[in-house]
Each structure stands twice: as C-alpha cells, then as structure tokens.
Design a protein around this ligand. Structure first.
Ligand code: ZL4
Ligand code: CA
Ligand code: ZN
Length: 396
C-alpha cells in the first residue's frame, strides 16, 4: 500500500494523542492546535503510519511536570479557569506566572491543563522509548514548546516538554545535544540547562528588531561566571530577515557538524518549529520545505538516538506539509509531490500560488509575504567563524 515500508536498520516511533487537537487559544490567536489534525491526516494519507510504531500517549501527571516546574506555578495552571481569570484574587498570580496584562500571548482557555499534559505526555513517552532503546527515532509533532520557564508561561508555551524530556534522558545519557530550528530563540531550554555541561543547546533564529524573545545573539553562550560547569554550552546563531535555502543549509550543516564533532553527544533532541518556512504568518525567513527537512536528514545521519519535536508554525497547511515530509525523512521514504487523491480537509491546503494540490509548493517567493534577504555572505561567514570560536570556549 502506497509503497511505504518500514525503514531498514532503525525503529521510528510516533507519539501522539489526538485530544490535543481540540484545544483553542482563542479567535485570531496564531497558535492553532488543529494544524496537528492536518499534519496527522497528511501522514496517514501518504501511508507513513505503516512505517512507524504508533503510540497513543498518556497525559503527563502533575508530578511529572514538577521535575522542572515549581509547585505553585503548576497548582495555578491546574486550577485556573476562563471564568475565574478576571477574578481579583488571581490577578497577581496571572502577572507572576506570565498570563497577565499585555501577555495575551499565553491566554487562559478551556482545557488548558489537559492541553499541556497531553503534549507533554507524548514528549515524555518519546523520551522513555529512546532511553529503553525501543526506538531509534521518536517523533512528537505536538511538542517542542521551548519558551516555557520554570515558573512562568511565555510565547504560547506553558509547560516546557523539551526540558522535561531532556531531564529524563540525562538518567541514561551522558551528553544530550538540543538543536532548535524554530524561527524563535529556544530561550527556555537554554536557560534550564545553563549550569550543566551535560546538555548543549544550539538555536538558529531570527534576531534583531526586537523579534521575540529578544535574546540569542552570537556572543550569548551562557553565564560566564568562573567555575560554572555549564560555561559555553549554549550556542546561538542570530539570523536576519529573508534567509534563503542554500545559505541556511550551509550555516546549519557547518555549525551542527562542528558542534557534534566538538561536543560528542550521546543523544540528540531536534525541535523542528515550522515558522522558519517562507510564508509563515509570524516568521521572517524564506525557507522551502525540503531545506527545512534537510536539517532533519543531516542530523539523522549521525545515527544517534534522536527525538523529533514540533514547535512553532503558523501557516497550518505548510506546517502539515513540512512535518509530513520530515516524518518521511525519518522513515527513509520519498513522497510524491502530488497530494494523495483523498486527503481529509484537502481544501485547507489551498493557499497562495498554484501549489494547492502539491506537497512541495515553492514558499520562497510568496507575494505579500516575501522577506528581502538581509543576510549577506560576509555575515554568514562571520557567524560560522564566531560559532567555532564559541565552541573552543567549552572546557574539556
Ligand atoms: C497574538 O492576534 O512579540 C495573540 C500574538 C493573540 C489575538 C488577540 C489579540 C490580543 C500575534 C501574536 C493582543 C495580543 C498581543 N492574538 C500579544 C511582545 C508581545 C506582547 C504580547 O513559535 N502581544 C510579545 C510570541 C510573540 C511578542 C511568539 C512564538 C512561539 C514559538 C514556539 C511566540 N510575542 C507582542 C504580542 C493575536 C496575536 C498576534 C504574536 N506574539 C506574534 N509574536 C508574538 O517559538 C511555539
Ligand atoms: Ca530556534
Ligand atoms: Zn517560533
């Protein structure tokens, strides 16, 4: 059926609980959990489920989340309801925990606790499968919420499933490398592991013009106070608007190869935020689906236990296309550019241009969403040099 076979030589597992799809951040909020419905339907339509072990993941428990997040924050998150949001008694908590005032990035919505425990449960299950070696690659497209802090929600992220997964992996792995290709800086993960050499965080992102969250310049390599064992275990690659396929691939492959060579990780977690694609509602890059996927391909070639997570992605049809393509990369399948004949919600794939019935429409030149490329060759060269210098600062 569809010519999709199980990959030879490695096991891929897919961790998912469809209940995550039915949550709503509110009208016109850019984060749309139903992009996961679209992703799943495309994966099924191409027959990729035949090539993976599928798991309906359990919800995480409060105790699971407590491995990173503070009790008072978790109690608040579990208790808060839409109808009590405005209540005076909660106003202070809303502010401290990242919900109040201007911070409508993180709204209170119906089923919030279920939502966060569902996506985190899937990431935790993926971590367990990598650690007990039932999977070589474990995928959770509903995870990858990299901004959440120990005691606060931030940037559409309430619980940091990535930190929790890495925390679990450290029981079995000496060194975990975290790579983040979301267009935003993976600040929450970086911060959580600032003081340990056992996790190295590498993020590629748009930086400048106060783009959220505003951190992640090239010189930010972690706190540099003397004696901090985590010194220089963060690497940030700040990128300007409009970066294109070849430049990004070159930068990604060079910096990632140097990092792996120097750090020698025993496992890798890759956050595949799809807001770095061209045409994204929030992003500023001009990447096509196959060059985003080339990052997954590149990392996979190291044959280390690999966790694949989602993250941002605000043009749902292209999020689905990208994560479907990257699922295919994981199972060594090649997909036809023609969308399968029967795709549920096929109309959702209609968008700009003439790529409506294609898996790989060109995204690097979308009218009205094209970002002028502000990255010149010299800046890219400088970033590569600075990255290598930063890697040399690592002790050992
Ligand atoms: C929106 O239309 O830059 C939220 C957020 C809600 C609907 C209701 C309008 C109410 C764009 C964004 C006004 C909300 C104003 N609605 C939010 C500095 C900001 C302060 C908060 O991909 N306002 C903050 C966060 C970023 C800021 C990006 C990326 C997550 C990830 C991993 C998080 N925050 C300005 C915004 C809208 C909204 C429209 C929005 N928020 C765009 N960028 C941000 O890295 C998942
Ligand atoms: Ca990033
Ligand atoms: Zn993002």
């Amino acid at each position: 059926e569809n010519g999709i076979e199980r990959p030879k030589g490695h096991n891929v597992s897919f961790h998912y609980n469809a209940r995550v799809e039915y949550h709503h951040f509110g009208r016109s909020h850019p984060m749309k959990p139903w992009r996961l419905t679209l992703t799943k339907q495309l994966i099924l339509a191409y027959g990729l489920h035949n090539a993976m072990d599928l798991y309906e993941s359990p919800q995480a428990t409060l105790d699971d989340l407590n491995a990173f997040h503070g009790r008072p924050y978790l109690n608040f998150l579990k208790r808060i309801r839409v109808d009590t949001k405005e209540a005076d008694e909660n106003r202070e908590d809303l502010e401290t925990f990242g919900f109040g005032g201007e911070y409508n990035d993180c709204p209170v919505f119906d089923g919030l606790w279920d939502y966060v425990t569902i996506y985190t449960g899937a990431t935790m299950e993926a971590a367990r499968h990598l650690c007990n070696q039932t999977s070589d690659i474990a995928i959770n497209w509903s995870g990858g919420l990299h901004h959440a802090k120990k005691n606060a929600a931030s940037g559409f992220c309430y619980i940091n499933d990535i930190v929790l997964a890495i925390h679990h992996m450290l029981k079995y792995h000496q060194r975990v490398l975290y790579i983040d290709i979301d267009v935003h800086h993976g600040d929450g993960v970086e911060q959580a592991f600032f003081s340990t050499p056992r996790v190295f965080t590498l993020s590629f992102h748009k930086f400048g013009d106060s783009f959220f969250p505003g951190t992640g310049d090239i010189h930010e390599t972690g706190p540099t106070y003397r004696g901090n064992p985590g010194t220089a275990h963060a690497l940030n690659i700040p990128i300007d608007d409009g970066i294109e396929d070849d430049q990004y691939k070159d930068l990604f492959e060079y910096v990632t190869a140097e990092t792996i060579q120097r750090y020698q990780p025993t496992a890798i977690v890759l956050q595949c935020g799809a807001d770095s694609l061209g045409g994204d509602r929030l992003g500023k890059f001009n990447l096509n689906i196959k060059s985003h996927g080339a990052c997954v391909e590149f990392v996979k070639r190291y044959n280390l236990p690999l966790m694949i997570l989602g993250g941002g992605g605000y043009t749902p049809r292209n999020v689905a296309r990208t994560w479907c393509h990257e699922t295919a990369v994981c199972v060594d399948a090649t997909l036809s550019n023609e969308l399968p004949e029967y795709v549920p919600y096929a109309k959702a794939f209609y968008g700009e241009g003439n790529g409506n019935n294609k898996l790989y429409p060109s995204l690097d030149n979308i009218e009205g969403k094209y970002h002028e490329n502000k990255n010149d060759a010299n800046v890219i060269r400088m970033l590569k040099e600075r990255a290598v210098e930063n890697l040399r600062l690592m002790e050992g």
